[in-house]
Design a protein around this ligand. Structure first.
Ligand code: SIN
Ligand code: FE
Length: 305
């Protein structure tokens, strides 16, 4: 588990294919790539707008997702938000998303055209002491899985910017998936067929007479597993207390990139971040054997997607 620092000097040279493959391999193994000076800077005028959101009363201070494929913001209460501000935020997020993609297209060439662009987010809340339901807490170590967006084996790669003008964003991380998963018995981690979340959601829908209104989310066994593992890690007090922890403080103005389905992570403090998620297809990986999908399939002895 390491942080690999990429300097502006390295970024100013053309990237050789072998180097790009090595960066992909490091990410896939659970390293974090850190850019002390972000390669995706936010224009000062836009930055001032983003940093102004927490002070305002508008609902733009909540965690906000931007869906690049349909050019939509979600998490904004349009009843209270000022329409001009919403438009402004949407255009800032659109530009951010495009710039991250442009940068990664050159930087991680082995993955080019083999990812699905997922959501971007704006995270203006102070992370220290946030009052969230247990499973949504980000200050507990976890691997990522999205309840409503199964990946079918694609991996969750996230690119972050700490846009706070002075403060670091403070994370702890632990050993990668392949190491952590071995600490649990297969029976502890296997999704129980009768209690899968899609069934639970359907049952809940039926109970309140909404069965037609809640479309069943089709997850693969892999997705069921990853969702369950996310919850299991957050709820396992022994894992939280005893696992090896490495702490990293990402500087103001930096970016970093990590497979968050592979590296258990938690954010302990910090405010104002931007993030773009990419789902990297299994056939793009340079070391597919280390992917959570392959690790799990070896444990299960069967295909999981
Ligand atoms: C997370 O993905 O758990 C949160 C990371 C962050 O906001 O820094
Ligand atoms: Fe996470």
């Amino acid at each position: 588990m390491a942080v690999v620092t990429i300097t502006p000097e390295e970024l100013s040279r053309p990237v050789a294919d072998a180097q790009a493959r090595e960066w992909c391999a490091q990410l896939e193994a659970g390293d974090i790539l850190l850019f002390p000076e972000t390669p995706v800077p936010i224009p000062p005028f836009d930055l001032a707008f983003l940093l102004g959101q927490q002070q305002s009363d508008s609902s733009l201070h909540k965690n906000i997702a931007y869906k690049p494929n349909i050019d939509k913001l979600s998490g904004v209460d349009t009843k209270t938000a000022d329409a001009e501000a919403v438009k402004r935020l949407q255009s800032i997020m659109r530009a951010y998303s495009q710039h991250v993609v442009e940068f990664l297209t050159g930087f991680l060439s082995p993955y080019r055209a083999k990812w699905r662009l997922d959501y971007a987010s704006f995270r203006p809340q102070e992370e220290q002491g946030r009052d969230l339901p247990h499973r949504r807490r980000n200050d507990l170590l976890h691997t990522d899985a999205f309840p409503t967006r199964p990946t079918y084996g694609a991996r969750i790669l996230r690119f972050f910017n700490n846009i706070h003008p002075t403060r670091t964003r403070d994370w702890i991380v632990s050993d990668p998936f392949a190491t952590v998963v071995k600490q649990f018995a297969p029976s502890e981690i296997a999704p129980a067929p009768d209690t899968t979340m899609s069934r639970a959601a359907k049952g809940l829908g039926r109970a309140v007479g909404l069965s037609a209104a809640i479309p069943a989310i089709k997850r693969s066994p892999y997705d069921e597993f990853m969702m369950r593992f996310h919850n299991l890690l957050k709820e396992n007090a022994r894992f939280q207390a005893e696992c090896p922890k490495y702490s990293w403080k990402f500087p103001s103005g930096s970016s970093w990139m990590v497979y968050t389905d592979t590296v258990p992570h938690a954010v302990l403090a910090g405010q104002y971040a931007l993030e773009q998620t990419l789902l990297v297809e299994p056939d793009a990986l340079v070391a597919p054997e280390t992917s959570p999908l392959k690790v799990l399939e070896r444990i299960a002895g069967t295909a999981l997607v």
